[in-house]
Design a protein around this ligand. Sequence first.
Ligand SMILES: Cc1cc2nc3c(=O)[nH]c(=O)nc-3n(C[C@H](O)[C@H](O)[C@H](O)COP(=O)(O)OP(=O)(O)OC[C@H]3O[C@@H](n4cnc5c(N)ncnc54)[C@H](O)[C@@H]3O)c2cc1C
Length: 381
Amino acid sequence: MNNARKPDIVIIGAGTGGTIVANRLSKKIGKKTNITVIDPIFKHVYQPGYLFVMIGREKPENLIKDGKKLISKKVKKVQDTAVKVDTQRQVVITENSGEFHYDYLVLASGSRIVPESLDWWDDSIHHFYNGESALKLYRALESFDGGKIVIGISDLPYKCPPAPIEAAFLIEDYFRRKKMRDKVEITYASPLNRAFSIETTNTVVEPLLEKRGIKLVKFFNVDEADTKERVLYSVEGEELEYDLLILVPPHRGQQYLIESGLSDKDGWVPVDRHTLQVEGHPNIYAIGDTTNLPISKAGSAAHHEAPVIANNIVRQIKNKPPKPDFHGHVQCFFVTKWGSSMFVDFDYDRPPKPGKSRKHWWWFKRIFKPFYFKLVLKGHV
Ligand SMILES: Cc1cc2nc3c(=O)[nH]c(=O)nc-3n(C[C@H](O)[C@H](O)[C@H](O)COP(=O)(O)OP(=O)(O)OC[C@H]3O[C@@H](n4cnc5c(N)ncnc54)[C@H](O)[C@@H]3O)c2cc1C
């Protein structure tokens, strides 16, 4: 790197991970570097709120803020889409704004949902992985006059592993409050040999599903849905009849990562699990959903990864080696009904303690949205 000029740092994506890294770097070395964030929309969405849109307790527009205003003024914002990374020339190529040179690059472009990749998927299948679909699902629940609701997972991995179970709990709660619980049969179809992937948390989740009358079907890996006959089939040869089907759609990393040779075939980027450097590229980091790390695709993972990446870039600029400081820390307020949550906190070596669902964790969940926009994204906590 030429020491006569300021180093160029480019961040692709202004979601949870990209925004925190940009703000942390700006505070630490904003004046000594050129920091650029590229994002096609700069509309920052608080995605956990989609679950509340789904039950009519939140409006999608209340979850969105202007992404440019959430990022330090010292950072250059380019509203465009990254279409390729040329690692030989160290440039990011965009759709309309030309090329951006980097000395250090952060891949923070999250994940995308690709229901269209399944030829049997159609509009009758519901999900809550964007504002529009969550609202459409709410309308369907509102007009549902009884019958079988099946909640399942079309493919792994997906964002926020507890989300479909939280959806089952919230929907059960919704119909109980509506005084028509007896008319609705709710089934949660898990691809695993248990309801929730982490054993310690599962010891709390499964009895709660039973207590709430939510039927659990294990080892149900979705094969396809016959949306005319309203039957969901599993690769294990089982079938579930439904009146309303809710499926987590398949997720992939972004296409430009596949085309740039930085990811596997599904778009997930291999990184060192402690330094977060992209394998084979010591000056490129990946954060959040983009990585292939064996932890939840969750905002809280990105939150804990961001300071490690920011520190390591500063260290590399000072000719020091990156530190292996990320240990897989993830936290989650796991909702079990409107008014109660569990707190799940774990890392690579430490499974979560099987804590009970409590009112006070619910209140943390409820106040987290303003806390997220004011403190987390700014890099204050
Ligand atoms: C229903 C639901 C509930 C959730 N609940 C929780 C929860 O309770 N707790 C939790 O921690 N997490 C939760 N999450 C997950 C969390 O929202 C994501 O894991 C988190 O936002 C990931 O951060 P990220 O920075 O990797 O990606 P994102 O925040 O998704 O940001 C990616 C950014 O990249 C941009 N981008 C995409 N492609 C390009 C491109 N080619 N060029 C430039 N920019 C691009 C996008 O516009 C976007 O701004 C939930 C998600 C959902 C859907």
